[in-house]
Design a binder for this molecule. Structure first.
Ligand code: PLP
Length: 797
C-alpha cells in the first residue's frame, strides 16, 4: 500500500516536472524523481515529528561539526523506510535497475575522514533510536576534493556534488540569518546599563539547507542543517559612489569563499583567516537561529540547558562558547555570571586527537580584527579562568592551561573551560587525555572528563554494504541484530559449526569477486580472489603508517625475486586521500604506486603479490572494499590513533585486525581475545619511553638484517625513472612515528597471518568470532552513552 503510493508519487513527479510517463523517462530523470519523492516523504514525516516535539518540549541535542561525511543517502533512506525491495521491483518492472539509479547519486562531499563519518554515523543512530538531534555544518559547494591519480601522483579536482546532490536538500528561506565580521566594538553606559555595539561590520547572509535524516523503521526524522554563505546585499552602491571600491564588493568576496571548500589550505594567513571565518559563520548562524527560536518558545534563555544540549565535535566549533556568551550578554542582557552558567551547562566537547598540530590555535593578530567582539569575550573568559585556576593552587602554569597564551588563542582549552563535559573517543585515548594531554585540566576539573568509545552505523556498514552477509545472518540467528547489534553475539553459538564457517567464507569470496571486478574496471589490474585481501583504507597520514605497510611489501618483493620465497598469495589494497598541502603524504602515495608498478612488471613476483591503490576514497568506495577484506590493517604508532572507526567496520564484516595496541584496537582485542587478532609492535608506554630515551633509527637499521636489506634495496629501486632513496633518508632521519622500531615485529606477525590463512577452517572461525563480537561497536551503543551521560536527552515517544 505504502509502496503503491510511493510509486504513484514518482510517476506524478515525472509528469509534472518533465511531462512524461515512466516508460519515456531517462535514468537521470528517474533518479531525480525518486530522490525528490523520498525527500517529500521524509518532509511529511518530519512535520508530524516536529509537532510531537513541540508538544513535549523535550530536550534536544545539537551536534556542531565542521564535517559530516554523509555517504549516499538514497539507499539508506529507502532501506530505513522499508521500501527498498518494493521500489527495486517496481523499477525493474519498468526496465530500470535500482542499483544503477543509486550509482547516479554523488557522495555529499561534506567531510574528509573518520571525524566526519562519525558525525554522520551518530545522526543515523540517534534518529534510529528516536533521539531528537540536529546537526549543524556548512553547505560546501565543492566539499572535499575529488582525487585523481596521474602517473602515481595525487591530483585534486573540484567535486561538483551539488549538481546531482541538491535533490536531497530542503531550502529553508524562512530561517535566514546574518553573520557579522570585522568592524569595531563600541561600549557605552546608557540608562539601560552597559551596552555593547558592533559597528561598521561586514554582514554575510547565512542561508539554510536541510538534509533530512531518516532512521531505521521509525517515524523520527532529524535534520542536518547546512549553511550557505551569500553576500548580504551583494554590491554596495553607496560605498561605491563614495569611492570605496574594494569595500563595496568585500561582502561578496567573503561570502563566495566561505562555503566553497572544506579545509582550504591554511599554510598562509589568508587561508587561516578563511578557516576562522568558516567556523564562526556556521556557529553564529546556528546559534542565532537556535536562540531566537528558543526565546520565542520559552520566553527566556535562563533554562536553555534544560532543553538544549550543544555539542562541540573537535575544536572547530569551539567558537560556540563565546558566541553563545555574546548572544546572552549583548542581545538578551544577561549578566556575565548568569550567561556563563547557562553556557557551560549547555556545552560539551569531544576531543578527537592529541596530535599537537591538530589542536587548533589562532593568532590574536589575525583573530581580533576579524571578530572583535568574540575576541573581547574570549579575553574575559581567559582572564576569569586564569584567576580562578591560580586560586586553586594546583601549581600549574598558565603555559599549560591559559586560553590565550603567547599571542595565540587555544581552541581546545577554550572548549574545555566552556563545557561541562569533555570526552575522548576510546578507552586508551581518554586515558591519555587525563594522564597527559589535559592532565592539568583534569586536576582542576576532576569530574569533567570521561570516555565514549566511537561506534559505527552498522545498518549501513553491514545491512547495506554487505547484504549477502546480512541476509545469511538473518536466516541463521534471526533479524533482531539489525535493530540491536549486541544480538549478533548469537553467532558465537556456531564457532564450531564447520558448515556455518564455510558459508561465511563463501560469502567473503563473493564479496572479494565483486571487488576484484571493480579493481579490474578501475585500475586494469587483475587480482586473484583466492589471495589474501589485505586492506588499509583511511586518510593518508604519517602516523597511520601506510609506509610501514609499503616497507613490508618491498621486503616481500625482494625475498620472492632474490631469495626464493614463495608466500601465500596476497593482494594489498590501499585507498587514501592526502591533504592537498601535505607533501610527504603525497610522496607515500607515489611510492605505493611505484611498488605496484614494479610488481606488475615482474612475471614471477606478480604471481604472489599485487598492490592496488583505488583512487578517491570515500564512503561509497569504503562500502565496496570493506566487505571484501580478510585483513584490516590498523598499524598506527601506539598512542596516536584516537579511536579509528574503519577498524570497527572491517571487524563487523569479518576481517581480522592486524594492528598495534592503539585507539579502539585495544577494545577490539578485549572483545575477541588475543587468539583472534594479530597484535604487534610497541605499546603506548614503550613509545613514550623510547621518545624519552631518543629514538635512534640507525640502531634498528644496523641491528636487523631484514631492515638493512630492505632499505638498501629501496636505495637501488628505480621505477619509471624515479629513485626512492629519499624514502630511506626519511626513515633514517625524519620519521617521528618510528616505522623501523616496529618493522620486525610487523613482518613476523604478517608471516603468522599467512600461515593461519592456509588453515581455512581456523581462519573462518577467527573471522566469525570477529563478526560475532562487534556488537559493542554499534553507534547505537555510543549514542546511548552520549544521550544518558552527557546530553541528558530522552527518546521521542
Ligand atoms: C570509516 C571511514 C574513515 C575512517 O577510517 P579510519 O581507518 O578510522 O581512519 C575514513 N573515511 C571514510 C570514507 C570512512 O568510511
Amino acid at each position: 500500500m505504502r509502496a503503491k503510493k510511493f510509486e504513484i508519487k514518482i510517476e506524478k513527479y515525472l509528469k509534472r516536472q518533465f511531462g512524461i510517463t515512466i516508460d519515456a523517462a531517462s535514468k537521470r530523470q528517474i533518479y531525480e524523481a525518486v530522490m525528490s519523492t523520498v525527500r517529500e516523504e521524509l518532509s511529511e514525516k518530519k512535520f508530524v515529528y516536529e509537532q510531537e516535539l513541540k508538544k513535549t518540549k523535550q530536550k534536544r541535542a545539537y551536534y556542531m561539526s565542521m564535517e559530516f561525511l554523509v555517504g549516499r543517502t538514497l539507499r539508506n533512506n529507502l532501506f530505513n523506510l522499508g521500501l527498498e525491495q518494493e521500489v527495486k521491483e517496481y523499477l525493474a518492472n519498468n526496465n530500470f535497475s535500482l542499483d544503477e539509479i543509486y550509482d547516479i547519486e554523488p557522495d555529499p562531499g561534506l567531510g574528509n575522514g573518520g571525524l566526519g563519518r562519525l558525525a554522520s554515523c551518530y545522526l543515523d543512530a540517534l534518529t534510529s533510536n528516536d533521539y531528537p538531534v540536529t546537526g549543524f555544518s556548512i553547505l560546501y559547494e565543492y566539499g572535499i576534493f575529488k582525487q585523481v591519480i596521474n602517473n602515481g601522483w595525487q591530483e585534486e579536482f573540484p567535486d561538483y556534488w551539488l549538481d546531482l546532490g541538491k535533490y536531497g536538500l530542503v531550502y529553508r528561506n524562512d530561517e535566514e540569518v546574518e553573520v557579522r565580521f570585522y568592524g569595531y566594538v563600541e561600549e557605552k553606559l546608557t540608562e539601560k546599563g552597559f551596552t555593547v555595539e558592533h559597528k561598521d561590520y561586514t554582514a554575510i547572509q547565512a542561508e539554510p539547507y536541510d538534509l533530512l535524516i531518516s532512521g531505521y523503521k521509525t517515524d523520527s526524522v532529524n535534520t542536518l542543517r547546512l549553511w550557505e554563505a551569500k553576500a548580504k546585499t551583494g554590491f554596495n552602491m553607496k560605498l561605491f559612489e563614495k569611492g570605496e571600491y574594494s569595500k563595496s564588493s568585500e561582502a561578496e568576496a567573503i561570502a563566495s569563499s566561505i562555503s566553497k571548500l572544506l579545509y582550504p589550505a591554511d599554510s598562509t594567513n589568508e587561508g587561516k583567516e578563511l578557516r576562522i571565518k568558516q567556523q564562526y559563520f556556521f556557529i553564529s548562524a546556528s546559534l542565532q537561529q537556535l536562540v531566537k527560536n528558543y526565546y520565542n518558545e520559552f520566553g527566556t534563555l535562563e533554562n536553555l540547558f534544560e532543553h538544549v544540549a550543544l555539542h562541540i565535535n573537535d575544536t572547530h566549533p569551539a567558537m560556540g562558547v563565546p558566541e553563545l556568551m555574546r548572544l546572552l550578554l549583548d542581545e538578551y542582557g544577561y549578566s556575565w555570571e548568569k550567561a556563563w552558567k547557562i553556557t557551560t551547562k549547555t556545552f560539551a566537547y569531544t576531543n578527537h586527537t592529541i596530535m599537537s598540530e591538530a589542536l587548533e590555535k589562532w593568532s590574536v593578530d589575525l583573530f581580533k580584527p576579524l571578530l572583535p567582539r568574540i575576541y573581547s569575550i574570549i579575553e574575559e573568559i581567559n582572564k576569569r579562568f586564569c584567576g580562578w585556576a591560580l586560586e586553586q593552587g594546583k601549581g600549574y602554569t598558565l603555559a599549560q592551561t591559559a586560553i590565550i597564551y603567547d599571542n595565540q588563542i587555544r581552541m581546545a582549552n577554550l572548549s574545555i573551560v566552556g563545557s561541562h563535559n569533555v570526552n575522548g573517543v576510546s578507552k586508551l585515548h581518554s586515558d591519555i587525555l587525563v594522564e597527559s594531554t589535559f592532565k592539568a585540566f583534569n586536576e582542576l576539573y576532576p569530574t569533567k572528563f570521561g570516555n565514549v568509545t566511537n561506534g559505527i552505523a552498522h545498518r549501513r556498514w553491514l545491512g547495506q554494504a554487505n547484504p549477502e552477509l546480512a541476509v545469511y545472518l538473518e536466516k541463521l540467528i534471526g533479524n533482531d541484530f539489525i535493530k540491536d547489534l549486541s544480538k549478533i553475539n548469537k553467532l558465537n553459538n556456531y564457532v564450531n559449526d564447520k558448515k556455518v564457517i564455510e558459508q561465511l567464507m563463501d560469502i567473503k569470496k563473493i564479496k572479494k569477486e565483486q571487488l576484484a571486478e571493480y579493481i579490474q574496471n578501475t585500475t586494469g589490474i587483475t587480482v586473484n580472489p583466492n589471495s589474501i585481501f589485505d586492506v588499509q583504507v583511511k586518510r593518508l597520514h604519517e602516523y597511520k603508517r601506510q609506509l610501514l605497510n609499503a616497507l613490508h611489501i618491498v621486503y616481500l618483493y625482494k625475498e620472492i625475486k632474490y631469495n626464493g620465497l614463495r608466500p601465500v598469495p596476497r593482494t594489498f589494497i590501499f585507498a587514501a586521500k592526502a591533504s592537498s598541502g601535505y607533501q610527504m603524504a603525497k610522496n607515500i602515495i607515489k611510492f605505493i604506486h611505484s611498488i605496484s608498478q614494479m610488481i606488475e612488471s615482474d612475471e614471477l613476483v606478480r604471481e604472489y603479490i599485487k598492490v592496488v591503490f583505488l583512487p578517491d576514497y570515500k564512503v561509497t568506495l569504503a562500502e565496496k572494499i570493506i566487505p571484501a577484506a580478510d585483513i584490516s590493517e590498523q598499524i598506527s604508532q601506539a598512542g596516536k590513533e584516537a579511536s579509528g572507526t574503519g577498524n570497527m567496520k572491517l571487524m563487523l564484516n569479518g576481517a581480522i585486525t592486524l594492528g598495534t595496541l592503539d585507539g579502539a584496537n585495544v577494545e577490539i582485542c578485549e572483545a575477541v581475545g588475543y587468539d583472534n587478532i594479530f597484535i604487534f609492535g610497541l605499546e603506548t608506554s614503550q613509545v613514550n619511553d623510547l621518545n624519552l630515551r631518543g629514538y635512534k633509527s640507525w640502531e634498528y637499521y644496523s641491528a636487523s638484517p631484514r631492515i638493512k636489506e630492505t632499505l638498501d634495496f629501496i636505495r637501488t629501486m628505480t621505477v619509471g625513472g624515479m629513485n626512492f632513496s629519499f624514502i630511506v633518508d626519511y626513515l633514517l632521519t625524519q620519521d617521528n612515528f618510528m616505522c623501523l622500531a616496529d618493522f620486525d615485529s610487523y613482518v613476523e606477525m604478517q608471516e603468522k597471518v599467512s600461515k593461519i590463512y592456509q588453515n581455512k577452517e581456523k581462519w573462518g572461525r577467527m573471522s566469525l568470532i570477529n563478526t560475532a563480537n562487534a556488537g559493542i561497536f554499534s553507534a547505537d551503543r555510543s549514542v546511548e552513552e552520549y544521550a544518558k551521560n552527557i546530553w541528558n536527552i530522552k527518546k521521542v515517544k
